[in-house]
Design a protein around this ligand. Structure first.
Ligand SMILES: [Zn+2]
Length: 427
């Protein structure tokens, strides 16, 4: 499908015309306007000692004349945003596989490290994930989650965007990475800058900051990940909301891990692969060890840690490192029956829980027999586990005792007005 037609479908004709008008001011005919935007963005990030992840189309990178590469030294990661800015849900599996491999080769030739992928328009078909995996990417960040934070201020244009992206409600699904067959899937949170500026209407920067501050508060409460979407081209319009979020995040306790998407994907994969070894000495003392992982913490609830722990929050205490001794009246792990759904153990291990297969309910503080377990059940199970008070020992979900995570990310669709024109033709 023609990208211009897609834009009209996503935004409506009036918005598309208005957007084409503002684009002229934003991009200009040389890459210098994007360079200025990236420079400003990098300065804000440096002030808060954090980085960001910017997916860019390979075609725009190819024409970029050195604008992009230098930002890698400033804690900015680039990812692939398609070879061209087109709707991948309309492409055959072979075409997608060929495009993604050429995109990776092009990034490599330009000296741009690339770990991740985000689909243009957040759209894809059944073959897309497999093609991303085969091309050797570590993560994909194209699935979207819609947060209920517009407080009745929604608009038809916003509802249209959510439907177009296929966004799922964040009230029903956890905002967490998911490792599936080697690929880490990282959800993208909505509303992003495009929705805040072009689809929702706010009086000023403070009102415009509210939805993002609410997502930050909610992800912090749940211990989840906020991927804040801000296209570099809109940094001048969204600088205050971005600063408000980073300022707030830096002040929260327990802390917020502010990291790039590649760092988050690597952490998630490494932590999920830990294989804890558990020992028991009569009458009630356990030890747990695993191979070292920088930043790893062990959390305990309703158990007596032998090494003095530090208070964490919500009734948990924490111990840094990869080994711990503790006393507990029951095995403080999650016992699950072998007939439970195959994905259940993997899901729990990815959350940091220690899982053991068993038929013996009485030994375990938490025992699950779930022959059926789907994506829709994840949120409820996490709430039950977090809300309980039974003895548990687990790995911290995020590094260094952080309670939640935040990642700043935004697509670079075009560097110049010329790119934008080619993009409209799918080039
Ligand atoms: Zn895009």
């Amino acid at each position: 499908m023609n990208p211009l037609f897609l834009a009209i479908q996503g935004k409506g004709i009036g918005k598309t015309v208005a957007r084409l008008r503002t684009l002229g001011m934003r991009y200009g005919l040389a890459p210098s306007k994007m360079d200025q935007a990236l420079e400003r963005f990098a300065r804000v990030l440096a002030h808060y000692r954090c980085g960001a992840s910017f997916p860019i189309t390979a075609a725009a990178l190819a024409r970029s004349r050195g604008v992009v590469e230098k930002y890698q030294a400033r804690d900015i990661e680039f990812a692939v945003h398609g070879y061209r800015h087109i709707d991948h849900s309309q492409l055959s599996p072979d075409r997608q596989a060929a495009d993604f491999s050429s995109a990776r080769r092009l990034f490599e030739a330009r000296g741009v490290a690339c770990w991740g992928f985000r689909s243009p328009y957040l759209r894809r078909n059944e073959a897309t994930l497999e093609a991303i995996r085969e091309a050797g990417f570590l993560y994909d960040s194209s699935d979207s989650l819609a947060w209920d934070v517009v407080n009745g201020g929604g608009s038809e244009a916003y509802a249209k965007a959510l439907a177009f992206y296929g966004a799922r409600p964040a009230g029903d699904y956890p905002a967490l990475p998911k490792l599936a067959a080697g690929l880490v899937e990282i959800p993208y949170c909505l509303p992003d800058d495009e929705s805040l500026i072009e689809r929702l209407h706010f009086e000023d920067d403070q009102a415009r900051s509210r939805p993002w501050l609410d997502i930050l508060a909610e992800t912090h409460r749940r211990g989840e990940l906020f991927t804040l979407g801000l296209h570099p081209e809109r940094i001048f319009l969204c600088e205050v909301p971005l600063r408000n979020v980073l300022e707030k995040a830096r002040g929260l306790s327990p802390g917020v891990w502010v990291a790039r998407l590649d760092e988050i994907a690597k952490w998630w994969k490494r932590r999920s692969a830990l294989e804890p070894v558990v020992g028991f000495s009569w009458p009630d003392e356990y030890w747990l060890n695993t191979r070292p992982l920088k930043g790893l913490t062990l959390l305990g609830r309703a158990v007596e840690m032998v090494r003095p722990p530090r208070e964490w929050h919500g009734g948990w205490t924490q111990v840094k490192g990869s080994g711990v001794r503790f006393k507990s009246p029951l095995r403080p792990f999650i016992g699950i029956t072998p007939r439970s759904e195959a994905g259940l153990a993997g899901f729990l291990r990815q959350q940091g829980y220690i899982v053991e297969f068993t038929e013996t309910r009485s030994n375990y503080s938490v025992f699950l027999d779930r022959p059926k377990f789907a994506d829709e059940d994840e949120r409820g199970l996490l709430a039950d586990l977090d809300g309980g008070d039974s003895p548990l020992v687990r790995f911290g979900r995020w590094p260094d005792g952080a309670q939640s995570a935040l990642s700043i990310t935004g697509d670079i669709d075009a560097l110049t007005l010329w790119d934008y024109g080619l993009r409209a033709l799918g080039r």
